[in-house]
Write a protein that binds this ligand. Structure first.
Ligand code: PMP
Length: 290
């Protein structure tokens, strides 16, 4: 299958206030976001033309930017409106929206207090992240050598591009070794999350998930917790060492991209059951309306 490169597609991208041709949405090679990681972004899913949790994602975009000392020069209502408009202009039914904020090219040094803050929003048709066969079987994870940093070492509450460096390294290594993704522990050695998704465990018909104190409290994660509680399933947020996996019957990931994805194995631990995972997937589908 030929993959269309992302810089050469048809359509429009909203770029600092204007809808411009997709292939013209360019930045200069000397921009601060690229060199020094002053860049944050969001990922939203569109189900049957409706954007899931639009307000929550845009609020998080502003929070992420503010943590990196980036002041988005448009108000939230405008950005929310642009997300709706770009979905219609691109005629996307089931897809993805990617807003990205970056510091501009006016200054090229670690300190760039006077540089501009830029915003672009792109939108495209995008099916499930994993194939349906893969989804049914569950994905295979391996533990990464990279650890999620402490909130004292990195702005862990921000969806900052720079924080994805160790995620790409982890996922590349996992894929090269035949796995689908990597499980990341945190700086204390507790289970944290996958490279772009939160993680949940099932044990004795209860749900367990790591406390998000050094990684994103995902919007999908929060939705799944809400669904579980509504279905009278007990949810335990706590700290888990790796050997907690020994006692788990089901494991799944949650995230805008992966939605709810069953995990078949994490290195030598295998999880065959899907009872609660399937229930949550079906309730989640009702919510998103897809
Ligand atoms: N953790 C990381 C590192 C992520 O990239 C994502 C995806 N945004 C998540 C968790 C899940 O967040 P959400 O459910 O809001 O997409």
């Amino acid at each position: 299958m030929q993959i269309l490169p992302f810089d050469d597609r048809k359509g429009l991208i909203w770029f600092n206030g204007d809808y411009i041709e997709w292939s013209n949405a360019k930045v200069h090679v000397l921009n601060h976001g690229l060199h020094y990681g002053s860049c944050v972004f969001e990922g939203l899913r569109i189900y049957e033309g409706q954007i899931f949790k639009l307000n929550e994602h845009i609020q998080r975009l502003y929070k992420s930017a503010s943590i990196l000392d980036l002041e988005i020069p448009y108000n939230e209502e405008i950005v929310i409106d642009v997300c709706k408009k770009i979905t219609r202009k691109q005629n996307v039914k089931n897809g993805y929206i990617r807003p990205v904020v970056w510091r501009g090219s006016e200054m090229m040094a670690i300190s760039a207090l006077e540089a501009s803050t830029n915003l672009a929003i792109a939108c495209w048709e995008w099916p499930s992240y994993f194939s349906p066969e893969k989804l049914l079987k569950g994905i295979k994870l391996t533990v990464s050598k990279w650890k999620r940093p402490s909130p004292e070492s990195a702005p862990t509450d921000s969806k900052a591009a720079g924080l994805y460096m160790i995620c790409s390294l982890s996922k590349h290594k996992a894929e090269k070794a035949g796995f689908d993704d990597a499980l990341m522990l945190d700086y204390r050695g507790y289970i944290a999350e996958a490279t772009g998704a939160n993680i949940f465990f099932v044990k004795d018909k209860e749900i367990f998930t790591p406390k998000p104190d050094c990684f994103l409290n995902g919007i999908t994660r929060q939705t799944v917790i809400e669904i579980a509680k509504e279905n009278k399933i007990k949810v335990n947020e706590d700290y888990f060492k790796f050997d907690f996996l020994k006692s788990c019957s089901e494991v799944f990931l949650t995230g805008t991209a992966v939605e709810i994805t069953p995990v078949k194995s994490i290195d030598n631990f295998v999880f065959e059951k899907r009872d609660l995972t399937k229930l949550l997937i079906s309730e989640f589908k009702k919510r998103v309306g897809g």
